[in-house]
Design a protein around this ligand. Sequence first.
Ligand code: ZN
Ligand code: ZN
Ligand code: FE
Length: 759
Amino acid sequence: MLFEITVQGLVQGVGFRPFIYLLAEKMGIKGSVANRNNGVIIFAELSEEQREQFIRRIRSEHPPTASIHRMEIRELRESEKVFTDFSIVSSYSESEEVTQVAPDIAVCEDCLNDRKNQAHRIQYPFINCTHCGPRFSIIRDLPYDRKQTTMSGFEMCPVCRSEYTDVRDRRFHAQPIACNCCGPKYYYRDANGEEKSDYRQITDLCARLLNEGKVIAVKGVGGYHLVCDATDESAVNKLRKIKIRDTKPFALMFKDAESMSPYVFINREEEENLKSWRRPIVLLKQRPTENRFSIASGVNPGMRTLGCMLPYMPIHYDWFQHIHSPALVMTSGNLNDRPIIVTPEEAEQQLGNSVDLVLHHNRPIHNRVDDSVLQVCGNVPCLIRRSRGYAPEPFFADISTEGILAFGAEKTNTFALSKGDTIIQSQYIGDLKNEETFSFYTESMNRFRHLFRFTPQLLACDLHPDYLSSIHAETTASENRIPLIRVQHHHAHAVACMLEHHLNQPVLAVVWDGTGLGDDGAAWGGEFFLCDRKHYTRLAYPEYVPMPGGDKAALEPWRMAVAYLHHYQLPFPEDFLNRIGKKKVESVIALMNKKIHSPYTSSIGRLFDGFASLSGICDTASRQAEAAVLLEQCADESCTLGYPMETSGHLISFRSLFQSALKDLEENVPTAIMAAEFHNSLAKLIAEKVNRLSEETGVKQVVVSGGCFQNKRLTEQIQQLFACSDISLYLPAQIPCNDGGVAVGQLVVAAARRLSEIK
Ligand code: ZN
Ligand code: ZN
Ligand code: FE
């Protein structure tokens, strides 16, 4: 019998077709395999018995980097196609249809071995195969073919060519295939401006500089990194000065999981993610350590967590052969939170004078990608930054999302577009208020539109008219006469999570974050919704308090402390007044009384700020959410006490919370206990509120999203509180809970509304 099998998922550019070919050959199956519209299509002549076995083996034996989302099997009339053998059909029809681009893949074990054994690849630092190597970062156009990538400038040598064309070779159709004779090289310019490219000398030089406590800049997969010894305090401080970054933690790279374990706690889920081919940075809890080498305190000031990753390029492995330290700081090569640098010119210009070596390679980066970041909450790996190793792997919608372009939020921006039922989210872009980042945003959007042959029919953006993303959407809409749908920020957060878990019925949504414009003009951020994908009803939220100074309040948490105490008519503690200055406090109160620059907010992010300042943890912040992070990091882990909360009614008051906190301050209760009580109260608030709303509405499914749930303590607490309940809790995992997930939510809301209009 003849069957047509369609496989959807991550199946292109990861060695899926040769896998099918070899499997069919082993099983004596006739037919063909080809890349098609967003998937792989197989024709196979199968007996009843073969059919079951073939499908099972495709599912269980596929290449490690492939993932199958959907498989459809259809019986055809035997006469439709006749096969004499099994073949891989070349890309004749791919150009218009194929839309899948694989993420970049960490170098695999087999390739690391080939570096030791294959004559033409001894030590070769850009080794790759059908299952590993660069993908998204080098692709310029589809179909995914060497000439459409930044490898087009490298002519394959005869040996590589023969491997490339041999279906039995591990490098069959590996588009970036390369070796010492024909592939990319590392190089740097010495003091005399002379170009040096001897790899052996280069790794020796890197190792010497790192051992001496120097900072070097190195071109990687998706951009440059700044690198130094993580155990050398002065090297780390030097790096901080170069980056112009006060306290934001640096990510570390360790040689392997074993050398990481003296420094951090690693559970099984975390280890799996660390070792996965996606190689993200995983946030791990630091161990108190008495090792010969200790991590410099400048790496993560005030933090109990360390962002850790494992080597993913051959050169990383080579460094660890030659350096003394078990850990390197690996932070993105950019200044002042601009986009990560990708070209040698920018690297020389921006970093050349401040580092001891700028190491380039000559494989151009077409799509810049930062390292991805995740943390495991409970047993759920939750992405915080979805970029290298993940983007642009698609999400699959359960409704038609064809032709929609979503512009995202403003900070932590990503955008998303969709073809058919396939949603493609961009890599992490960043804060659009930064001029260079905004150019990166428009450039990437154009590149995605070109790459995926995408023409928008419908646009979606945030409700906030002043977001640079919304302004860009507005311009695009009017220039091209395309309809634009504006989506409330927290609704988008909730719907992104609904999509990820394929929730189609109304759910309860708890969306807590820094800020998002509400439909009444206030800055929301502590929302309890009943919502579906089209609409939401706001069931409960915190009492509005003024946010004196508007956006300024986000970087000056003390303003929020003043706002809450003033709003609830509570006394200011002596110590607080002394720290901030009575005059400043009074002027802020005057501002609020006159209702100048004091928009109303229901934001939990601001509540974290206000509480952090009041408890003496952070009065002014050097970056967004710093106060909230410090509050989480200092919270006592065993304390189960909490502040009283009034949870009835649809308005939530924090009066008794602040009243009790003031009492704690008077009694000199340790800050760590206060921070714990604060977290415990919020977790309990969610649990009680959700239980009550669930009783009232009969809805048993609750999604939880928004930047506040990057707070691992809070997230794990609510996971525990709902563990034994009949209410199912859904967390965003693949789509970030922060504003990096908003674009996908906007896109799905637009799709759902369009669908209901058609019906
Ligand atoms: Zn490989
Ligand atoms: Zn070669
Ligand atoms: Fe948000």
